[in-house]
Design a protein around this ligand. Structure first.
Ligand code: ATR
Length: 287
């Protein structure tokens, strides 16, 4: 890292817990690669301290922050302005301070879309099966609906899938199918699907032997995107590869969301490969 001076701009991430974040490694590597006089720091902020932390952005003249669990929704009323996507999702993961005004964005779902497009997949007219109906599924299904994909949402708790499908119909005028996540419904939904996205935590450490989809239902015409990045190769992705399906891992989404935030703070194109290598190294060091 180049030396810190009175001119160094400060960015960072707020969340709780924060020890395992890979964002400082990614962003500091990117600042260094582009020779930018910025530094990125982790801040553990407890729920009850969130308001103080947000006022601190103004008070300390911080250039921008990422926001992670558990603050993505609670931060909204504390900001001056919201980007329409962040407003629709009810979640902010990036704050930009512009002349003392705090603007909230969400780069998670755009990061997902960019990861998909980087592999040559354009969602328009594609049939996408989404597993899960939580916060991550919401952003991903909104951005896919906006891009013209047709959606089937399967979730363990049917009511959440139904609510999400209704929101998509209301906001984007596209009907989305909602089903309970089980083998029978997967057998119905997967034939003819172009993309399968896992947004559930099934397969994430420490439950690495689990998968949300029986291997026999995976086939070569499918692209399987697992947003879980720890482990990088989940059982779902391993079995998808064995079935000759195309695969995209959660690390790409994580790095793309970081790249979008970086661009908002610096106005420069993010060095994606530099950020990805830093994230890969960080993930390996965690083990
Ligand atoms: P996120 O912001 O990562 O989406 P979330 O809002 O807590 O987190 O959502 C977690 C998702 O994983 C939900 O769709 C959840 O299903 P429920 O709505 O039924 O809770 C899903 N999920 C978590 N553990 C699961 C499991 N063991 N089997 C199936 N789905 C699971």
């Amino acid at each position: 890292m180049s030396s810190i001076t009175g001119k160094t701009k400060i960015c960072g991430i707020i969340g709780d817990p924060i020890e395992h974040t890979m964002s400082p490694a990614m962003h500091n590597a990117a600042f260094e690669a582009l020779g930018l006089d910025y530094i990125y720091l982790p801040f553990r902020v407890r729920r009850e301290e969130l308001k103080g932390a947000i006022n601190g952005i103004r008070a300390l003249n911080i250039a921008g922050l990422n926001v992670t669990i558990p603050h993505k929704s609670d931060v909204i009323p504390l900001l001056d302005k919201l980007d329409p996507l962040a407003e629709g999702m009810g979640a902010v993961n990036t704050i930009v301070s512009e002349d003392g005004k705090l603007i909230g964005y969400n780069t998670d779902a755009p990061g997902f879309l960019q990861a998909l497009r980087a592999k040559g997949i354009e969602p328009e007219g594609k049939k996408v099966v989404i597993l899960g109906a939580g916060g991550a599924a919401k952003g991903i299904s909104f951005i896919l609906a906006e891009a013209g994909a047709s959606l089937v949402i399967l979730n363990r708790t049917l009511s959440r899938a139904v609510a999400l499908a209704a929101q998509i119909a209301k906001s984007y005028g596209r009907s989305a199918k909602a089903m309970i996540l089980n083998e029978e419904n997967l057998k119905q939904a997967l034939p003819g699907a172009d993309v399968l996205v896992n947004t559930t935590s099934v397969g994430m450490v420490p439950d690495m032997n689990e998968t949300p989809v029986p291997a026999g239902l995976l086939q070569p015409d499918l692209t399987v995107f697992d947003i879980v990045y720890n482990p990088r190769e989940t059982r779902l992705l391993r079995e998808a590869k064995a079935a000759s399906a195309r695969t995209i891992d959660g690390l790409d989404m994580l790095v793309w969301q970081g790249a979008r935030a970086f661009e908002k703070w610096t106005g420069r194109e993010a060095p994606f490969e530099v950020m990805k290598q830093a994230a890969v190294k960080e993930l390996a060091d965690e083990r």
